[in-house]
Design a protein around this ligand. Structure first.
Ligand code: AMP
Length: 283
């Protein structure tokens, strides 16, 4: 595996591959890799000749109060895992390589309404930060396809929207959520959880499954389902940020009669904010 820290070298290498007729798959990450990330790498390798992974903890998607400084950085271990997974190129830029004029001066990509709701409402500016870095990464790595996890469901839809709205020439592929055996969605932030919090954490997925069962049983009182799940999460020791039943893709609020839904949740356990979701397809 080749590791590169400089934008120009990555552009040159990937463009060479494309001229030689290779297809290129790309997996953007913030590192501290786990089996969820490696599943995306595997998917990219199934779909493309060459696989590029980026590791960049993107400062502009973190609010000043958030965990940019403490976000886990494990680059040596990550590089070993990626080499073992058969990745061709790891791009690991510094902040100054990505934002040479400084983060304040950086040209930004501002997504529409879909970036202002749910995660965007709780974390103002978050999706502008995500869209800006992903847009820039797509220019650095001119891939045929990029793979994103359904774990960050709204992020996936925001990126699809950006790609459509800006007529970007790249296919966005989604990959399912990878979970621990007790149901907790894998996340780099799970490492923040204390022992008691880690034990309570799987209730999030258990309650998502319960909400899904209620909807599949024909309950269309979505607000009541959201409220019940919020109460149960809070009883388990969570501080719930939101539970929301939405239409897939558009993320508009669900209405009775909708058949393709997603239940989205964000909740705090101590100082750790967890997000998760579950799709509900009504036959
Ligand atoms: P991150 O490093 O958290 O920015 O995530 C990088 C990519 O990995 C994103 O597309 C995430 O949605 C995806 N990802 C993170 N955790 C999981 C998981 N448990 N299952 C599937 N994909 C994931």
């Amino acid at each position: 595996m080749h590791t590169e820290h400089h934008i120009r070298n990555v552009q040159r290498l990937v463009n060479d591959w494309k001229r030689q007729g290779h297809s290129v798959g790309f997996v953007p990450t913030m590192g501290n890799l786990h089996a969820g990330h490696l599943a995306l790498v595997k998917r990219a390798a199934q779909l493309a000749d060459k696989v590029v992974v980026s590791i960049f903890v993107n400062p502009i998607q973190f609010a000043p109060s958030e965990d940019f400084d403490s976000y886990p950085r494990t680059q040596e271990q990550d590089a070993m895992a990626l080499a073992e997974a058969g990745v061709d190129l790891l791009f690991a830029p510094s902040v100054s390589e990505m934002y040479p004029a400084g983060v304040e001066q950086q040209t930004r990509v501002c997504v529409g309404h879909i970036g202002d709701i749910l995660e965007g409402a709780s974390r103002p500016g978050f999706f502008t930060g995500v869209a800006t870095v992903v847009n820039k990464l797509f220019h650095i790595v001119p891939a045929d396809l990029a793979v994103f996890g359904a774990k960050d469901y709204q992020q996936l839809q925001v990126i699809r929207r950006m790609v459509d709205d800006l007529s970007m020439n790249i296919d966005i592929i989604d990959a399912p959520i990878v979970r621990e055996t007790d149901g907790l969605a894998m996340s780099s932030r799970n490492g923040y959880l204390g022992q008691a919090e880690r034990q309570a954490a799987p209730q999030l997925y258990r309650l998502l499954c319960e909400a899904r069962e209620r909807i599949l049983a024909g309950d269309t009182d979505f607000r009541a389902i959201e409220n019940a799940m919020t109460d149960k999460l809070n009883d388990c020791g969570y501080r719930t940020d939101y539970v929301s039943i939405r239409r897939t893709v558009s993320l508009e609020p669900a209405q009775a009669g909708d058949t393709s839904l997603v239940v989205l949740v964000a909740a705090w356990l101590g100082n750790t904010r967890l997000i998760d979701n579950i799709a509900v397809e009504i036959q």
